[in-house]
Write a protein that binds this ligand. Structure first.
Ligand code: KIV
Length: 271
């Protein structure tokens, strides 16, 4: 059907399109988004994916951690984001304690997809049984390894993970097992660039880095960090893309071009 106006409707990216990008060596771009206006702008620039991250607890709700975020919050923000985009693939986080059992995970993932409009859900840690159960129900899953913000009360601080050889080996093994369990994507947060390179090379699924060096298959940043408007200090691995630009759109485009042209993250923003 022809669109009613002169704006061609862009087809929604699928999990297969993202897998194909990895195959042909095209870097995948992703930003977090939490509302319709930013969603439309990020989509207009051409960013491939938007993650409705539970980081919204920190950047939208002003909390110190992501732990207070509820599934109701996540569904609300996911719906705002998914309604406003034409092309970008939308991933939504399962928040703290919303995937404590397979049944709990399936019920909450269904809300993110049916009401929120997410195309994939993300969960933290080596939760192979949960991943496999969700995948069996037809729910695409993104794993998340390295720094796990939902574990902050066990970790004590947000710091680099996988520095010691034994830790690195465990992350490598967990990554492989998440893929075996059926995860279609993996986010690696705050790990040494060499480890992320090894994992991205070994895995067939796209590996998206945040503080994980330039050799991942794609990159994600928290939107408010890269626009330098967050209430918390910007992490070392992020970059202020507003510097030297006049508009938010130009900053997002600067990020998009830097990732596609394999210029971000540089050594300064890697470990
Ligand atoms: O919640 C979030 O924004 C995330 C990213 C840090 C990857 O999980």
């Amino acid at each position: 059907m022809k669109p009613m106006n002169n704006n061609p409707v862009k087809p929604l990216l699928t999990v297969n399109d993202l897998a194909a990008m990895k195959q042909r060596g095209e870097k995948i771009t992703c930003l977090t988004a939490y509302d319709a206006s930013f969603s439309a702008l990020i989509d207009k620039v051409g960013v491939d994916m938007m993650l409705v991250g539970d980081s919204l607890g920190m950047v939208i709700q002003g909390c110190d951690t992501t732990l207070p975020v509820t599934i109701t919050d996540m569904v609300y923000h996911t719906r705002c984001v998914s309604k406003a985009r034409q092309r970008a693939f939308v991933i939504a986080d399962l928040p703290f304690m919303s995937y404590s059992t397979p049944a709990n995970a399936a019920k909450n993932a269904a809300k993110l997809m049916q009401v929120g409009g997410a195309q994939m859900v993300k969960l933290e840690g080596p939760r192979f049984e949960i991943v496999s159960f969700l995948v069996d129900q037809g729910i695409p899953v993104c794993g998340h390894l390295g720094l796990l913000p939902q574990m902050i009360n066990q970790l004590g601080t947000y710091k680099l993970q996988g520095k010691e050889p034994a830790e690195a080996k465990q992350i490598m093994t967990d990554a492989y097992q998440l893929q075996q369990a059926g995860a279609a994507m993996l986010v690696l947060e705050c790990v040494p660039a060499e480890l992320a390179k090894e994992i991205s090379t070994q895995l067939s699924i796209p590996v998206i880095g945040i503080g994980a060096g330039i050799d991942c298959d794609g990159q994600v940043l928290v939107l408010y960090d890269m626009l330098d408007i967050g209430v918390h200090k910007r992490p070392r691995f992020s970059k202020n893309f507003m510097a030297g630009t006049d508009t938010i759109e130009a900053a997002i485009d600067g990020y998009y071009q830097s990732v596609k042209q394999v210029r971000f993250p540089s050594a300064e923003h890697s470990f």
